[in-house]
Design a protein around this ligand. Sequence first.
Ligand SMILES: [Zn+2]
Length: 93
Amino acid sequence: MYRTPRTKTQIKVLGDKISIEINDLYLLKEDADGIYKDETIYLRSYYKDRKEYLRVMRHEVIHAICDSLGIQLDHHTEETLAHTISKTLTYDM
Ligand SMILES: [Zn+2]
């Protein structure tokens, strides 16, 4: 198990400050590993391993970038983009 870092409460995405919140209850209710909503990334308190945590972070950051750029993709296209990039990029965060 990998414990989500408690010290990272914010990330800058294209100059915008995005909050990072750990909220297991919200994610459980939504049946999601991570959620980006209203300039906040919601994460679970634990992930399978560090790799999975980074994948989820990258995925949600892509949603934040789309929001920041004002890209209006349909839901399916944005999910495909976030899914693909999150699995392709391997830099650390
Ligand atoms: Zn997504």
